[in-house]
Write a protein that binds this ligand. Structure first.
Ligand code: MRU
Length: 316
C-alpha cells in the first residue's frame, strides 16, 4: 500500500482523503499554498501525517526557492491542535542552513521514521491490550481515523488492530462514525475493509450502549497532542468515550508516536482546540442556527489506562 503522503518529482503527493471511500485519487501539490489548503480541507489529516506535511512543505518551499521562513509559518499554523505539524516544520527548517537537499533528506527521514515508530508503538500497545483484556477473540472500539491514512503508513490505534488481526485475535471492530466529518465511517471503515477485518460502523452516540452490552473489550484511539502530565487531545468525542469506558471498566488505550508529545505543556488545559466552520453542522438545522463545533477535546490522563508510544507506556 502506498504512503498517505510522499514526495515525487518536485511535488508533495497525497491520497485525497476528502474523496474516500468513493474514489481513491492522488493529489500532486506543487505549491506551499496548495499544501496549506489541503491541510485545512483535511485532504491530508491525522497528527502524524500532518507532521510529514509540515516537513515536506518546508522542503517544497526550499525546492521552489520560496520564502522558506514565511512558508514555514503558514504551514505551522494551518491547523492548531496537532503538535506534529509545527514539529515537522521545525525539524525540516533546522536543516535549511545546509541547503535544500538537506531539508528534503530530513523530511524523507521523518517519513521513514513515522512508519517505523507507529509500527513499534502499536506493537507495544497490542501487548498491553492482550494483558488488560482477558476475553478472546477481542472486540475493539475506535474513534475517528488513526490508521494508515492518519500517518505516513501503518497507523497508531488501527496499527494495534493490524497486529492483533495478524494473530487472528480480532472478532470485530466497532467504528464510531465520528461526526461531523465522518473520519470513522469514511476512512477507518475503508481501511478495515481493505484489510478484511470484520467491523461495524455505529453512531458516536451508540458507544456507551455498546459498552453497557458487553460488546467492547478495549477502546483504542490516537492523539493529536499529549501534554507532559499525559492529558490527551484527540478528535471530539474521545473524552466522552473515556468517561463511558471508565464507568464500564473497559480499558482505554491511546497510541501515538512520541512526536505527538508536547513536553512544553504541563497539562491539557493549554492545548488550543480547533473550532471548525459552522457549515459542517448546519445541513439539517433551521436557517441561522448557531453552532459549537470544536474539532477536538481533551481527555484527562486519569481516565486513560495507558498512553503508548514507541518507547512503551508513557510516564507523565
Ligand atoms: O481532524 P482530524 O481528522 O485531523 O483528526 C484526527 C484525529 O483526531 C486522530 O485521532 C489523531 O490525529 C490521531 S491519528 C494517528
Amino acid at each position: 500500500m502506498r504512503r498517505t503522503i510522499d514526495w515525487a518529482d518536485g511535488a508533495v503527493v497525497i491520497i485525497d482523503q476528502t474523496a474516500l471511500p468513493g474514489e481513491y485519487r492522488l493529489l500532486e501539490l506543487r505549491t506551499v499554498g496548495e499544501l496549506v489548503d489541503a491541510v485545512k480541507r483535511l485532504a491530508v489529516r491525522g497528527a502524524p501525517a500532518l507532521g510529514a506535511a509540515g516537513a515536506l512543505g518546508v522542503a517544497l518551499s526550499a525546492h521552489l526557492n520560496g520564502d522558506v521562513p514565511k512558508d514555514a509559518e503558514l504551514l505551522a499554523h494551518a491547523r492548531p491542535t496537532a503538535v506534529n505539524l509545527a514539529w515537522g516544520v521545525e525539524r525540516a527548517l533546522g536543516k535549511l542552513g545546509q541547503g535544500k537537499d538537506a531539508v528534503l533528506a530530513e523530511a524523507l527521514a521523518l517519513l521513514d521514521e513515522d512508519e517505523q515508530l507507529n509500527e513499534t508503538a502499536s506493537k507495544h500497545a497490542a501487548e498491553i491490550v492482550l494483558a488488560e483484556c482477558p476475553r478472546r477473540p477481542l472486540n475493539l472500539l475506535t474513534h475517528c481515523n488513526a490508521g494508515r491514512l492518519a500517518t505516513v503508513g501503518w497507523g497508531s490505534a488501527l496499527g494495534v488492530v493490524w497486529h492483533l488481526h495478524e494473530r487472528g485475535l480480532v472478532e470485530e471492530v466497532l467504528v464510531d462514525e465520528t461526526r461531523p466529518l465522518l473520519q470513522g465511517a469514511r476512512l477507518t471503515a475503508w481501511e478495515l475493509a481493505q484489510a478484511n477485518v470484520p467491523y461495524r460502523v455505529q453512531p458516536d452516540s451508540a458507544a456507551a450502549a455498546a459498552m453497557a452490552r458487553g460488546m467492547v473489550d478495549c477502546v483504542l484511539v490516537g492523539a493529536d497532542r499529549i501534554a507532559a502530565n499525559g492529558d490527551v487531545a484527540n478528535k471530539i468525542g474521545t473524552y466522552g468515550l473515556a468517561i463511558a469506558a471508565r464507568h464500564h471498566r473497559v480499558p482505554f488505550i491511546v497510541v501515538a508516536p512520541s512526536s505527538t508529545v508536547d513536553g512544553k505543556l504541563a497539562d491539557g488545559s493549554g492545548i488550543t482546540i480547533e473550532e471548525r466552520d459552522a457549515a459542517e453542522l448546519t445541513e439539517h438545522t433551521p436557517e441561522g442556527a448557531q453552532v459549537f463545533n470544536p474539532a477536538f477535546d481533551v481527555t484527562p490522563f486519569d481516565l486513560i489506562t495507558a498512553v503508548v508510544t514507541e518507547h512503551g507506556r508513557f510516564e507523565p
